[in-house]
Design a binder for this molecule. Sequence first.
Ligand SMILES: [Fe+2]
Length: 368
Amino acid sequence: MAQKIFTDRPVAEVIEAIQQERSVRKLLVVCDTFCQTLDVAQELKKAEIEQVWFDDFIPNPLIESVNEGVRILTAEACDAIIAIGGGSGMDVAKCIKLYAGCDPEKPLVEQTPVPNEIPLIALPTTAGTGSEATRYAVAYYQGNKQSITSLSIIPEYVIFRSDVLQGLPLYQKKCTVMDALCHAIESFWSVGSTEESKVYSRDAIRMICASLDDYLAGDTQAAANMLHAANIAGKAINITQTTAGHAMCYKVTSLYKIPHGHAAALCVRVLWPYMLAHKENCVDQRGAAYLEQTFQELAEAFGFAKPEEAAAAFDQLVDRLGLERPVLNSEEELKTLSGSVNPTRLKNNPVALPEEVLYDLYRMIVRS
Ligand SMILES: [Fe+2]
Protein backbone atom coordinates (compact mmCIF):
# COMPACT_ATOMS: atom_id res chain seq x y z
CA MET A 1 0.00 0.00 0.00
CA ALA A 2 1.45 3.33 -1.01
CA GLN A 3 1.36 5.91 1.73
CA LYS A 4 -0.37 9.17 0.84
CA ILE A 5 1.56 12.22 2.02
CA PHE A 6 0.17 15.74 2.32
CA THR A 7 2.78 18.47 2.83
CA ASP A 8 2.07 21.90 4.29
CA ARG A 9 -1.67 21.83 3.65
CA PRO A 10 -4.34 23.04 6.09
CA VAL A 11 -5.34 20.14 8.34
CA ALA A 12 -9.08 20.61 7.68
CA GLU A 13 -8.48 20.44 3.94
CA VAL A 14 -6.55 17.16 4.27
CA ILE A 15 -9.21 15.62 6.52
CA GLU A 16 -11.87 16.61 3.97
CA ALA A 17 -9.88 14.91 1.21
CA ILE A 18 -9.54 11.74 3.32
CA GLN A 19 -13.25 11.87 4.22
CA GLN A 20 -14.17 11.92 0.55
CA GLU A 21 -11.87 9.02 -0.22
CA ARG A 22 -12.79 6.81 2.74
CA SER A 23 -16.20 8.15 3.91
CA VAL A 24 -14.89 8.82 7.43
CA ARG A 25 -17.46 10.27 9.85
CA LYS A 26 -15.80 10.39 13.24
CA LEU A 27 -12.15 10.68 14.24
CA LEU A 28 -10.36 9.33 17.28
CA VAL A 29 -7.59 11.89 17.83
CA VAL A 30 -4.59 10.53 19.76
CA CYS A 31 -2.68 13.57 20.98
CA ASP A 32 -0.99 14.34 24.29
CA THR A 33 -1.73 17.52 26.22
CA PHE A 34 1.40 19.29 24.98
CA CYS A 35 0.67 18.62 21.30
CA GLN A 36 -2.88 19.86 21.85
CA THR A 37 -1.42 23.35 22.19
CA LEU A 38 0.04 23.24 18.67
CA ASP A 39 -1.61 25.19 15.84
CA VAL A 40 -2.19 21.98 13.88
CA ALA A 41 -4.24 20.60 16.78
CA GLN A 42 -6.32 23.77 16.91
CA GLU A 43 -6.88 23.52 13.15
CA LEU A 44 -8.11 19.98 13.53
CA LYS A 45 -10.49 20.99 16.33
CA LYS A 46 -12.11 23.48 13.97
CA ALA A 47 -12.45 20.96 11.13
CA GLU A 48 -15.98 19.96 10.20
CA ILE A 49 -15.85 16.40 11.39
CA GLU A 50 -16.93 14.74 14.61
CA GLN A 51 -13.94 13.99 16.81
CA VAL A 52 -13.08 12.42 20.14
CA TRP A 53 -9.75 13.37 21.70
CA PHE A 54 -7.65 10.89 23.66
CA ASP A 55 -4.65 11.94 25.75
CA ASP A 56 -4.64 9.40 28.57
CA PHE A 57 -1.19 7.99 27.94
CA ILE A 58 2.38 8.60 29.08
CA PRO A 59 5.79 8.59 27.36
CA ASN A 60 6.78 4.91 26.99
CA PRO A 61 3.04 4.18 26.82
CA LEU A 62 1.31 1.34 28.63
CA ILE A 63 -0.83 -1.29 26.96
CA GLU A 64 -3.54 -0.30 29.46
CA SER A 65 -3.76 3.05 27.63
CA VAL A 66 -4.27 1.16 24.39
CA ASN A 67 -7.13 -0.75 26.06
CA GLU A 68 -8.69 2.58 26.97
CA GLY A 69 -8.20 3.87 23.43
CA VAL A 70 -9.84 0.78 21.92
CA ARG A 71 -12.71 1.13 24.42
CA ILE A 72 -13.32 4.74 23.34
CA LEU A 73 -12.94 3.91 19.64
CA THR A 74 -15.67 1.28 19.97
CA ALA A 75 -17.99 3.15 22.33
CA GLU A 76 -17.84 6.33 20.26
CA ALA A 77 -18.05 4.47 16.92
CA CYS A 78 -14.99 6.29 15.55
CA ASP A 79 -14.13 5.11 12.06
CA ALA A 80 -10.65 6.63 11.68
CA ILE A 81 -7.66 7.31 13.93
CA ILE A 82 -5.30 10.26 13.73
CA ALA A 83 -2.10 10.60 15.76
CA ILE A 84 -0.60 14.02 16.37
CA GLY A 85 2.73 13.65 18.11
CA GLY A 86 6.17 12.13 18.26
CA GLY A 87 6.97 8.59 19.25
CA SER A 88 4.50 7.90 22.07
CA GLY A 89 1.30 9.25 20.52
CA MET A 90 2.17 7.49 17.31
CA ASP A 91 2.82 4.20 19.16
CA VAL A 92 -0.51 4.42 20.99
CA ALA A 93 -2.45 5.19 17.80
CA LYS A 94 -0.75 2.33 15.94
CA CYS A 95 -1.59 -0.09 18.76
CA ILE A 96 -5.22 1.09 18.89
CA LYS A 97 -5.46 0.47 15.15
CA LEU A 98 -3.93 -2.99 15.59
CA TYR A 99 -6.20 -4.07 18.44
CA ALA A 100 -9.42 -2.37 17.25
CA GLY A 101 -12.00 -5.13 17.27
CA CYS A 102 -10.39 -6.92 20.22
CA ASP A 103 -11.98 -6.99 23.67
CA PRO A 104 -10.65 -3.95 25.57
CA GLU A 105 -11.76 -5.46 28.89
CA LYS A 106 -9.14 -8.20 28.55
CA PRO A 107 -5.34 -7.96 28.15
CA LEU A 108 -4.76 -7.01 24.51
CA VAL A 109 -1.36 -8.67 24.23
CA GLU A 110 -3.05 -12.02 24.90
CA GLN A 111 -5.48 -11.54 22.00
CA THR A 112 -5.06 -12.09 18.28
CA PRO A 113 -5.56 -8.80 16.43
CA VAL A 114 -8.49 -8.70 14.05
CA PRO A 115 -7.61 -7.23 10.61
CA ASN A 116 -9.51 -4.01 9.97
CA GLU A 117 -9.78 -1.24 7.41
CA ILE A 118 -9.76 1.69 9.85
CA PRO A 119 -7.75 4.49 8.23
CA LEU A 120 -4.75 5.57 10.32
CA ILE A 121 -3.51 9.11 9.80
CA ALA A 122 -0.19 10.40 11.21
CA LEU A 123 0.86 13.98 11.80
CA PRO A 124 4.42 13.80 13.18
CA THR A 125 5.55 16.66 15.39
CA THR A 126 9.26 15.94 15.05
CA ALA A 127 11.47 15.03 12.09
CA GLY A 128 13.27 11.99 13.39
CA THR A 129 11.60 8.77 14.43
CA GLY A 130 10.11 8.01 11.03
CA SER A 131 7.47 6.12 13.03
CA GLU A 132 4.83 7.24 10.53
CA ALA A 133 6.61 5.05 7.95
CA THR A 134 7.20 1.88 9.95
CA ARG A 135 5.42 -1.29 10.99
CA TYR A 136 6.85 -1.02 14.51
CA ALA A 137 5.27 0.17 17.75
CA VAL A 138 6.32 -0.11 21.36
CA ALA A 139 4.16 -0.32 24.47
CA TYR A 140 4.77 -1.62 27.99
CA TYR A 141 2.81 -4.38 29.68
CA GLN A 142 3.43 -5.29 33.33
CA GLY A 143 6.80 -3.53 33.16
CA ASN A 144 7.96 -5.37 30.06
CA LYS A 145 8.59 -3.77 26.71
CA GLN A 146 6.33 -5.14 23.99
CA SER A 147 7.77 -4.70 20.50
CA ILE A 148 4.84 -4.85 18.14
CA THR A 149 5.34 -5.42 14.43
CA SER A 150 2.55 -5.45 11.88
CA LEU A 151 2.28 -4.17 8.34
CA SER A 152 -1.28 -3.12 9.13
CA ILE A 153 -0.12 -0.33 11.46
CA ILE A 154 1.80 1.65 8.86
CA PRO A 155 -0.25 4.83 8.59
CA GLU A 156 -2.13 5.12 5.33
CA TYR A 157 -2.05 8.93 5.36
CA VAL A 158 0.67 11.29 6.58
CA ILE A 159 0.34 15.01 7.13
CA PHE A 160 3.64 16.90 7.18
CA ARG A 161 3.53 20.43 8.52
CA SER A 162 6.89 22.14 8.57
CA ASP A 163 5.58 24.93 10.85
CA VAL A 164 5.27 22.36 13.65
CA LEU A 165 9.05 22.00 13.71
CA GLN A 166 9.66 25.73 14.06
CA GLY A 167 8.68 25.66 17.73
CA LEU A 168 11.04 22.83 18.65
CA PRO A 169 14.00 23.66 20.91
CA LEU A 170 17.30 23.55 19.00
CA TYR A 171 18.64 20.63 21.05
CA GLN A 172 15.52 18.58 20.30
CA LYS A 173 15.91 19.34 16.59
CA LYS A 174 19.50 18.09 16.74
CA CYS A 175 18.60 14.91 18.60
CA THR A 176 15.71 14.00 16.34
CA VAL A 177 17.58 14.68 13.13
CA MET A 178 20.48 12.55 14.33
CA ASP A 179 18.01 9.77 15.08
CA ALA A 180 16.86 9.91 11.45
CA LEU A 181 20.45 10.01 10.20
CA CYS A 182 21.38 6.98 12.33
CA HIS A 183 18.35 5.12 10.96
CA ALA A 184 19.59 5.78 7.43
CA ILE A 185 23.20 4.80 8.22
CA GLU A 186 22.35 1.66 10.17
CA SER A 187 19.82 0.53 7.60
CA PHE A 188 22.43 0.99 4.88
CA TRP A 189 24.90 -1.42 6.49
CA SER A 190 22.29 -3.78 7.98
CA VAL A 191 22.56 -7.46 7.07
CA GLY A 192 18.92 -7.12 6.00
CA SER A 193 19.55 -4.33 3.49
CA THR A 194 18.05 -4.61 0.02
CA GLU A 195 18.44 -2.56 -3.15
CA GLU A 196 15.22 -0.76 -2.22
CA SER A 197 16.23 -0.03 1.38
CA LYS A 198 19.60 1.28 0.23
CA VAL A 199 17.91 3.72 -2.14
CA TYR A 200 15.80 5.03 0.77
CA SER A 201 18.87 5.29 3.04
CA ARG A 202 20.94 7.06 0.41
CA ASP A 203 18.18 9.57 -0.35
CA ALA A 204 17.64 10.25 3.36
CA ILE A 205 21.37 10.79 4.00
CA ARG A 206 21.68 13.19 1.08
CA MET A 207 18.59 15.15 2.11
CA ILE A 208 19.67 15.41 5.74
CA CYS A 209 23.21 16.52 4.84
CA ALA A 210 21.91 19.08 2.35
CA SER A 211 19.30 20.61 4.68
CA LEU A 212 20.81 20.20 8.16
CA ASP A 213 22.29 23.66 8.71
CA ASP A 214 19.31 25.51 7.21
CA TYR A 215 16.94 23.36 9.23
CA LEU A 216 18.71 24.17 12.48
CA ALA A 217 18.71 27.85 11.49
CA GLY A 218 14.90 27.75 11.18
CA ASP A 219 14.39 27.59 7.40
CA THR A 220 10.88 26.41 6.45
CA GLN A 221 11.79 24.57 3.26
CA ALA A 222 14.62 22.77 5.06
CA ALA A 223 12.12 21.72 7.75
CA ALA A 224 9.84 20.23 5.10
CA ASN A 225 12.84 18.44 3.60
CA MET A 226 13.73 17.06 7.02
CA LEU A 227 10.23 15.66 7.56
CA HIS A 228 10.53 13.85 4.24
CA ALA A 229 14.08 12.67 4.97
CA ALA A 230 13.03 11.21 8.34
CA ASN A 231 10.11 9.51 6.62
CA ILE A 232 12.38 7.99 3.97
CA ALA A 233 14.85 6.83 6.64
CA GLY A 234 11.82 5.27 8.37
CA LYS A 235 10.97 3.43 5.16
CA ALA A 236 14.55 2.10 5.11
CA ILE A 237 14.40 0.69 8.67
CA ASN A 238 10.91 -0.58 7.97
CA ILE A 239 12.65 -3.01 5.61
CA THR A 240 15.89 -3.68 7.48
CA GLN A 241 15.37 -2.76 11.15
CA THR A 242 18.19 -0.96 12.94
CA THR A 243 21.54 -2.44 14.00
CA ALA A 244 24.07 -2.20 16.83
CA GLY A 245 23.91 1.61 17.10
CA HIS A 246 20.31 1.41 18.21
CA ALA A 247 20.80 -1.82 20.15
CA MET A 248 23.50 -0.05 22.16
CA CYS A 249 21.82 3.31 22.63
CA TYR A 250 18.79 2.29 24.70
CA LYS A 251 20.75 1.74 27.89
CA VAL A 252 22.69 4.97 27.35
CA THR A 253 19.34 6.75 27.27
CA SER A 254 17.94 5.08 30.38
CA LEU A 255 21.17 5.25 32.41
CA TYR A 256 22.18 8.83 31.62
CA LYS A 257 18.77 10.31 30.68
CA ILE A 258 20.02 11.28 27.26
CA PRO A 259 17.49 11.64 24.43
CA HIS A 260 17.29 8.73 22.02
CA GLY A 261 18.77 10.49 18.97
CA HIS A 262 21.65 11.93 21.02
CA ALA A 263 22.46 8.46 22.40
CA ALA A 264 22.17 6.82 18.97
CA ALA A 265 24.59 9.36 17.48
CA LEU A 266 27.14 8.69 20.26
CA CYS A 267 26.92 4.95 19.58
CA VAL A 268 27.12 5.14 15.79
CA ARG A 269 30.10 7.46 16.10
CA VAL A 270 32.23 4.76 17.78
CA LEU A 271 30.66 1.84 15.97
CA TRP A 272 31.39 3.05 12.45
CA PRO A 273 35.23 3.30 12.69
CA TYR A 274 35.34 0.06 14.70
CA MET A 275 33.52 -1.79 11.94
CA LEU A 276 35.75 -0.28 9.25
CA ALA A 277 38.77 -1.60 11.14
CA HIS A 278 37.26 -5.07 11.69
CA LYS A 279 35.68 -6.03 8.40
CA GLU A 280 37.26 -9.48 8.81
CA ASN A 281 34.59 -10.17 11.46
CA CYS A 282 31.86 -9.71 8.87
CA VAL A 283 28.73 -11.75 9.56
CA ASP A 284 26.72 -10.52 6.57
CA GLN A 285 25.95 -13.60 4.47
CA ARG A 286 26.83 -11.63 1.35
CA GLY A 287 30.45 -11.60 2.47
CA ALA A 288 33.26 -9.20 3.43
CA ALA A 289 33.69 -7.88 -0.14
CA TYR A 290 30.00 -6.94 -0.22
CA LEU A 291 30.37 -5.18 3.14
CA GLU A 292 33.42 -3.30 1.90
CA GLN A 293 31.43 -2.13 -1.09
CA THR A 294 28.58 -1.10 1.22
CA PHE A 295 30.92 1.05 3.33
CA GLN A 296 32.24 2.61 0.14
CA GLU A 297 28.74 3.41 -1.12
CA LEU A 298 27.83 4.80 2.29
CA ALA A 299 30.81 7.14 2.14
CA GLU A 300 29.75 8.29 -1.31
CA ALA A 301 26.22 8.99 -0.07
CA PHE A 302 27.87 11.41 2.38
CA GLY A 303 29.93 12.92 -0.43
CA PHE A 304 33.28 11.34 0.49
CA ALA A 305 35.67 9.18 -1.52
CA LYS A 306 36.78 6.97 1.36
CA PRO A 307 34.81 5.20 4.13
CA GLU A 308 37.18 6.50 6.84
CA GLU A 309 36.53 10.09 5.71
CA ALA A 310 32.77 9.67 6.07
CA ALA A 311 33.12 8.11 9.53
CA ALA A 312 35.40 10.98 10.58
CA ALA A 313 32.93 13.53 9.23
CA PHE A 314 30.16 11.94 11.27
CA ASP A 315 32.37 12.10 14.35
CA GLN A 316 32.98 15.79 13.73
CA LEU A 317 29.29 16.41 13.14
CA VAL A 318 28.42 14.98 16.58
CA ASP A 319 30.97 17.37 18.11
CA ARG A 320 29.81 20.31 16.01
CA LEU A 321 26.24 19.77 17.20
CA GLY A 322 27.51 19.76 20.79
CA LEU A 323 26.16 16.28 21.55
CA GLU A 324 28.33 15.54 24.53
CA ARG A 325 29.34 12.21 25.98
CA PRO A 326 27.87 11.32 29.39
CA VAL A 327 30.18 11.06 32.39
CA LEU A 328 30.99 7.54 33.61
CA ASN A 329 30.30 7.19 37.30
CA SER A 330 31.87 3.78 37.87
CA GLU A 331 33.49 0.89 35.99
CA GLU A 332 30.44 -1.12 36.98
CA GLU A 333 28.38 0.96 34.56
CA LEU A 334 30.40 -0.35 31.61
CA LYS A 335 29.41 -3.89 32.59
CA THR A 336 25.77 -2.83 32.92
CA LEU A 337 25.90 -1.20 29.50
CA SER A 338 27.64 -4.02 27.65
CA GLY A 339 25.40 -6.62 29.29
CA SER A 340 22.26 -4.73 28.30
CA VAL A 341 22.48 -5.05 24.54
CA ASN A 342 19.68 -7.07 22.97
CA PRO A 343 21.35 -9.97 21.10
CA THR A 344 18.50 -10.22 18.58
CA ARG A 345 19.01 -6.64 17.47
CA LEU A 346 22.78 -7.19 17.32
CA LYS A 347 22.22 -9.90 14.72
CA ASN A 348 21.34 -7.20 12.19
CA ASN A 349 24.82 -5.77 12.55
CA PRO A 350 27.20 -6.75 9.74
CA VAL A 351 30.26 -7.04 12.02
CA ALA A 352 30.30 -9.33 15.08
CA LEU A 353 30.34 -7.48 18.39
CA PRO A 354 31.11 -9.79 21.33
CA GLU A 355 30.47 -8.43 24.80
CA GLU A 356 34.10 -7.50 25.42
CA VAL A 357 34.04 -5.35 22.27
CA LEU A 358 30.81 -3.69 23.40
CA TYR A 359 32.54 -2.98 26.71
CA ASP A 360 35.39 -1.20 24.91
CA LEU A 361 33.00 0.69 22.63
CA TYR A 362 30.98 1.92 25.61
CA ARG A 363 34.18 3.14 27.20
CA MET A 364 34.59 5.42 24.19
CA ILE A 365 30.94 6.49 24.28
CA VAL A 366 31.22 7.80 27.85
CA ARG A 367 33.89 10.01 29.37
CA SER A 368 35.62 9.65 32.70
FE1 LIG B 1 15.74 5.63 16.43
